[in-house]
Design a protein around this ligand. Structure first.
Ligand code: NDP
Ligand code: 2IT
Length: 450
């Protein structure tokens, strides 16, 4: 058995029943064979075995009282995965599907994503199996306060800096920041994605979605192409999807779909973004309500999705932007995209494509931007928020957006050049994994066995 397969097999024995985590580890480790061959120190110093084991895993009870006076109990997590490059950095996800496997896969991805940005941030992730859907504002506040009542003792502006992810936006960050301040008495940049009124950074809200589109532009530019006039499939209708669609429109492309957990909207003439913002950012409704304003659009409920995938990827278009959740683009979906002439996939979500879908997209020579490279604009702008907080400065929208564009270009160039260097031009999965690994692994070598 090879060294890599042995490591994965050990992991399955010592961390049972964590399939999303194994999937993320396998994807990274499979790409690392050439660099592990070229520098034996990584094996001698057990870098891989150290990387797959989080530095610390915190799991806690989150009790809270609902509007009916009933006591509810959720699970809370913060996985502090790797601090070789800086304080643990990564979002919090509130979704009923959250478990240790999901948080570990997200934390593991975050190590390499953050390394790839070139910024001084380590990798971490957290969250809860709390379901924000249908909860009142008061319930959300009480939950967030209870969550922070345990989390506050583990985080800090130079140790661990959480942010948002699925189910955690400005409202939740606000309630958590308030409770942190109350418990510690400190007003400091312990969370990112804060409101602009009290320490947030311009562009952070838009950053992940804008970044995914900037990354796509970089992928196309080396083929002398651009997004202008392209028809685009977008999945999701949350923070990442909304600002990916906004940037697509700004660059002359047309998003024709978006999705949520209830189904898919297909609007051939272009998604009405003002309406999606209204439905999702304000009234928090199902996308089906889109039809009340646009009877020329189509809503495909999840019950009508193909059994081997998702309706959104079966629609003919030039480019695809998965921006909802993990494993939302299957092998059959990838084949349908290719058959329909799709030229590009840029991932806003974390691990949205299954491994066989990724292999198929790469074999078809489609421009494929893996999430840990393409969606790194969010965490990068979080680091810009930390920098502003630490220096007590606020930068203009243009200044932050300019920095974001440069960071996305650098990430693309790094992954692209690394893929060439290791003999697989165009394979940005290999390029991103090796480049991210090299930075964090070399830091670990220099810091000794810790
Ligand atoms: P939001 O909560 O704002 O939006 C999530 C969207 O995805 C919603 O439309 C939601 O539908 C849909 N969705 C979530 N889970 C499922 C599911 N299991 N099946 C179908 N649809 C689902 O989250 P974000 O936009 O912030 O995050 C989206 C993705 O981007 C995630 O993978 C996240 O990890 C990743 N990401 C986020 C970053 C950020 O800065 N926020 C940074 C980098 C990556 P509904 O409205 O019905 O709930
Ligand atoms: O997956 C991600 O990169 C995020 N959810 C954002 C993390 C952050 O710290 O801004």
């Amino acid at each position: 058995m090879s060294y890599i397969h042995e490591t994965i097999s050990d992991l399955k024995n010592t961390s049972p029943a964590q399939c999303e985590f194994y999937q993320a580890v396998e994807e990274v480790l499979e790409s690392l064979a050439p660099i592990l061959e070229s520098n034996k120190l990584y094996q001698q110093q057990a870098i891989i075995q150290r990387l797959v084991e989080p530095e610390r895993q915190i799991m806690f009870r989150v009790p809270w009282v609902d509007d009916q006076g009933q006591i509810q109990v959720n699970k809370g997590y913060r996985i502090e995965f790797n601090s070789a490059l800086g304080p643990y950095k990564g979002g919090l996800r509130f979704h009923p599907s959250v478990n240790a496997s999901i948080i570990k896969f997200l934390g593991f991805e975050q190590i390499f994503k953050n390394a790839l940005t070139g910024l001084p941030i380590g990798g971490g992730k957290g969250g809860s199996n709390f379901n924000p859907k249908g909860k009142s504002d008061d319930e959300i506040m009480r939950f967030c306060q209870s969550f922070m009542t345990e989390l506050y003792r583990h985080i800090g502006p130079t140790t661990d800096v959480p942010a948002g992810d699925i189910g955690v936006g400005a409202r939740e960050i606000g309630y958590m920041f308030g409770q942190y301040k109350r418990l510690t008495g400190r007003y400091e940049g312990v969370l990112t994605g804060k409101s602009l009124l009290w320490g947030g950074s311009l562009v952070r809200k838009e950053a992940t979605g804008y970044g995914v589109v900037y990354f796509a532009e970089n992928m196309l530019s080396i083929k002398d192409e651009s997004l202008k006039s392209k028809k685009c499939l977008v999945s999701g209708s949350g923070n990442v999807a909304i600002y990916a669609m906004e940037k697509l429109y700004q660059l002359g492309a047309t998003p024709i779909t978006c999705t949520d957990s209830t189904g898919t909207i297909f609007h051939e003439s272009g998604i009405d973004l003002t309406l999606v913002k209204q439905l999702k950012e304000k009234s928090r409704k199902s996308l089906e309500a889109y039809l009340t304003e646009h009877n020329d659009a189509k809503f495909i409920p999840t019950s009508e999705y193909p059994s081997d995938g998702h309706a959104v990827w079966r629609i003919k278009a030039d480019a695809a932007f998965p921006c909802a959740t993990q494993n939302e683009l299957t092998l059959a979906d990838a084949k349908a995209l290719i058959a329909n002439g799709c030229q590009l996939v840029s991932e806003g979500a974390n691990m949205p494509s299954t491994q066989d879908a990724i292999n198929t997209l790469i074999d078809a020579k489609i421009s494929y931007g893996p999430g840990k490279a393409a969606n790194a604009g969010g965490v990068s702008t979080s680091q810009l928020e930390m920098a502003q907080n630490a220096s007590m400065q606020t930068w203009s929208f243009e200044e932050v957006d300019q920095k974001l564009q440069i960071i996305m270009k650098n990430i693309f160039e790094t992954a692209h050049q690394t893929a060439i260097e290791f003999g697989q031009p165009g394979n940005l999965v290999l390029g991103a994994n090796i480049a991210g690994f090299k930075r964090v692994a070399d830091a670990m070598l220099e810091q000794g066995v810790v």
